[in-house]
Design a protein around this ligand. Structure first.
Ligand SMILES: Cc1cc2nc3c(=O)[nH]c(=O)nc-3n(C[C@H](O)[C@H](O)[C@H](O)COP(=O)(O)OP(=O)(O)OC[C@H]3O[C@@H](n4cnc5c(N)ncnc54)[C@H](O)[C@@H]3O)c2cc1C
Length: 591
């Protein structure tokens, strides 16, 4: 066995995005010693890229807003396969989490009378997104990071953890490598929190950065945790299209929230037809499909998308409300959006699926292992509403951190199993020592293309089965991967391990997508266009059976009557009108 360093802590947090930082703060507040590990530098992560805002029913702009309406919007957006308890906690606790962020130093945009400003966003009944221009994630990460530094929490940057270590069924640590010099490290911890974000990089066209390879879900799956609804992958309607080098980069929904119009090649606002009520602010799945249909009907833009126009808002508003978008298009596409339309098309953006967790604590199906943020699943059902991720990170990051801290108080450190460490070292070193000749980048590209083509926005049985065959073939080829060079600064070597996670998750996505023979939320089956009421009552679970991906169904948790009463159709959620993809109007109830 190669040498490795062993570090000991109470709570190990893997990931330094919004969920990881908020979890670490809470675990530290409960008296635990906390260590955070992240693949890149503190202050990076996807959270910093978030633009549009944080959804919380403060009622500052629309005073009728309250947690119940937010809860209904979230459930309806997810087409009722969400975990109702997570949606309830999220809607109830988001306002406090936003105000708390201001106590850490965040400063949101203000209403004229000095309250936190809120903007409209897709499928939210009221103006609900608290924001800082279109740089909300930056403000959020900056203030959380300041708090982490104040609390003296140790952050290990540029380390990748790749294997959860168990004693029996209990997770007692994790193993991985330093990205700079390739040295190995083992963490011994009383509790582990996964906050590793999503898996957008499994696809070719995505808004996600290189970090979004699904490591946490991969590690959890390999250790025996359950993966919920992996087939639910969000296609954000508006990513950049041109020039090719920027394809997929996000064009925030705030552009439509501030009043932007989507138009086809005939200069028509086509959303007026697809969803006359909510128009451009329909839910993301509806808008993404509408753009797809316009392109299919021959009314797309030159590079296969739609036009997004804000010129009618005036240059001053655009530069004040959407400064990042203004700069993004000017710098990357040489387009001044105060004078010309943006060309946009759907881009893979968010994983609604992820590790199955307990709503109150974020505990996964493995003792000692907690998860929060995009790596966890349940809150968003089959489609996430914009802004609901940032509030998810705060609400469930705090809950997971508190629960992990409490768990750590009452348990001893576990024993690290050298056999598991040895196995992981062999897996990591295989690209140097094996006989293989497969190039990690080429395999990754082949996977991304296969997923884009076969498990993309519009799916059918034939495409999905073809995609599954490719994924299985790539899994075999990945066993013969070769990375030239040494362990120092070697991204090819890093990609070799990332790829294993990506392939496993891709298989989970495709197998579940084949089995969900209906259209629901982000999952659009051209061969099953309607909702199936029976499938509206189940979530799919992917799990490892001696390393093989297996699927099972689990009943969607039943809402208590007082919450079910908020929906006319909750008694048979699968029967939500399938002819209309738009969410029905939320029921108004007193605060
Ligand atoms: C461009 C863009 C704009 C968005 N805008 C909004 C918005 O306006 N509102 C909204 O609600 N949502 C938005 N989202 C979604 C939201 O930003 C993400 O869902 C959210 O930030 C995810 O946070 P997280 O803490 O779960 O993970 P991330 O922020 O992705 O952080 C993951 C962390 O885990 C670390 N990590 C990963 N793997 C490993 C490993 N193996 N070992 C060690 N560390 C690891 C990473 O280094 C990183 O620190 C946007 C997303 C994008 C990409």
């Amino acid at each position: 066995m190669e040498d490795f360093t062993t570090l000991t802590t109470d709570v190990l947090v893997i990931g330094a995005g919004g969920a990881g930082l908020r979890a670490a703060i809470e675990a530290a507040a409960s008296g635990a010693r906390v260590d955070i590990v992240c693949k890149s530098l503190l202050g990076k992560a996807h959270t910093v890229m978030a633009e549009g805002g944080i959804a919380a029913a403060l009622g500052n702009v629309d005073s009728e807003d309250n947690w119940q309406v937010h809860f209904q919007d979230t459930m309806r957006g997810g087409q009722m396969i969400n975990n109702w308890r997570m949606a309830q906690l999220h809607a109830q606790e988001s306002p406090d989490r936003v105000y708390e962020l201001e106590t850490y130093g965040a400063l949101f945009d203000r209403t004229p009378d000095g309250r936190v400003m809120q903007r409209a966003f897709g499928a939210h009944t009221y103006k609900r997104l608290c924001h800082v221009g279109d740089r909300t994630g930056l403000e959020m990460i900056r203030s959380l990071q300041d708090r982490v530094v104040q609390l003296g929490i140790t952050v290990h940057m540029e380390w990748t953890l790749t294997r959860l270590l168990k004693e029996g069924e209990r997770v007692v640590g994790a193993f991985g490598y330093n990205r700079v010099d390739g040295s190995f490290v083992a963490f011994r911890a009383k509790a582990v929190i996964l906050a590793t974000g999503g898996w957008g990089r499994i696809y070719k066209v995505t808004s996600n950065s290189w970090e979004g390879t699904g490591d946490g879900v991969g590690m959890g799956f390999e250790a025996g945790a359950e993966v919920l609804d992996p087939e639910m992958v969000q296609f954000h309607p508006t990513g950049m299209v041109w020039p090719p080098g920027v394809r997929g980069i996000l064009v925030t929904e705030a552009v439509r929230g501030e009043g932007g119009y989507l138009k086809n090649s005939e200069n028509k606002r086509f959303m007026l037809e697809y969803d006359p009520k909510k128009k451009e602010l329909s839910s993301r799945d509806v808008v993404a499909r509408s753009i797809y249909k316009e392109v299919e009907a021959g009314r797309g833009t030159p590079h296969g998308g739609a036009w997004l126009d804000v010129t009618h808002l005036g240059a001053e508003t655009i530069k004040k409300k959407l400064p990042s978008m203004y700069e993004q298009f000017l710098r990357l596409a040489d387009i001044d959006i105060t004078k010309a339309s943006m060309e946009v098309a759907p881009t893979i953006h968010y994983a609604m699926g992820g590790l199955r967790v307990e709503p109150e604590t974020g505990e996964t199906t493995l003792p000692g292992l907690f998860a929060a943020g995009e790596v966890a699943a349940g809150l968003h059902g089959s489609n996430r509403l914009g802004g609901n991720s940032l509030s998810d990170l705060l609400v469930f990051g705090r809950r997971a951190g508190g629960a992990a801290g409490a768990y750590a108080r009452n348990i001893r450190l576990g024993r690290l199993d050298e056999r598991l460490i040895n196995q992981e070292q062999q897996t990591l070193l295989l690209p140097f020592s094996g006989e293989g000749t497969e190039n990690p980048y080429l395999l990754q590209q082949a996977l991304q293309q296969a997923m884009q083509d076969g498990a993309g926005l519009a799916r059918d049985e034939k495409g999905l089965k073809g995609c599954l065959n490719t994924v299985l073939e790539l899994r075999q080829r990945a066993a013969r991967i070769h990375a030239p060079g040494s362990r120092r600064y070697n991204p090819g070597w890093h990609t070799a391990r990332d790829l294993r996670f990506m392939l496993t998750i891709a298989e989970c996505i495709v197998r579940a997508a084949i089995e969900r023979r209906e259209s629901r939320g982000a999952h659009w089956r051209l061969d099953y266009l309607e909702k199936d009421p029976a499938l509206g009552k189940v979530n799919f679970i992917a799990y490892s059976d001696a390393g093989t991906v297996k699927l099972k169904q689990r009943p969607v948790p039943q809402m208590p009557p007082e919450l079910a009463g908020l929906f006319d159709d909750a008694a048979s959620p699968g029967a939500l009108k399938s002819s209309s993809t738009a969410a029905p109007e939320a029921k108004r109830i007193p605060a």
